[in-house]
Design a protein around this ligand. Structure first.
Ligand code: HEC
Length: 121
């Protein structure tokens, strides 16, 4: 009987303490994390690898302007965005000979990187 009493005390205690989880604390937003800035190596290079390959990735046999490096992408970012935003039937549309525009979320990754300040890493 005494054992049962001790056990139930422990169980009840555990339940009470788990409700005091500090993660449930109400925040006023002041300490909310600031959205991370986009960087070439952290965010953009993988998007380029996935969407502008193989033509702009020399390592994959691409013979067009190389976009697997920070310097070229930094210089051409506005032109890259402009071309992705063209209609697929327009001259200069990228990805070249693509039948559809890339999704906004993909194009936005390029824009966010530009707007965050063209960071390398
Ligand atoms: C299927 C091959 C192919 C793919 C994929 C492709 N491109 Fe291109 N790209 C080309 C060709 C061919 C040219 C040269 C003709 C022209 O300028 O329109 C070019 C040229 C460009 C230029 C002009 C470069 C210069 O020399 O000034 C930009 C900017 C560009 N592409 C951006 C992109 C972006 C951004 C992507 C990925 C979203 C992409 N391309 C995907 C084939 C491709």
């Amino acid at each position: 009987m005494k054992k049962l009493l001790v056990l139930s005390t422990v169980v009840i205690g555990a339940v009470i303490f788990s409700n005091c989880n500090p993660g449930k604390k109400v925040t006023d937003g002041a300490d909310a994390p600031v959205a991370a800035k986009s960087t070439y190596f952290g965010n953009l290079s993988a998007v380029i690898e996935a969407n502008c390959t193989p033509c702009h990735i020399p390592g994959k046999g691409g013979r067009k302007k190389a976009y697997d490096n920070y310097a070229n992408v930094k210089t051409d970012i506005n032109e890259m965005i402009k071309r992705m935003e063209l209609n697929p039937t327009d001259r200069g549309f990228m990805p070249f000979k693509g039948t559809a525009k890339l999704p906004d979320s993909t194009i936005n990754a390029f824009k966010k990187w530009r707007d965050d300040g063209l960071l390398e890493k």
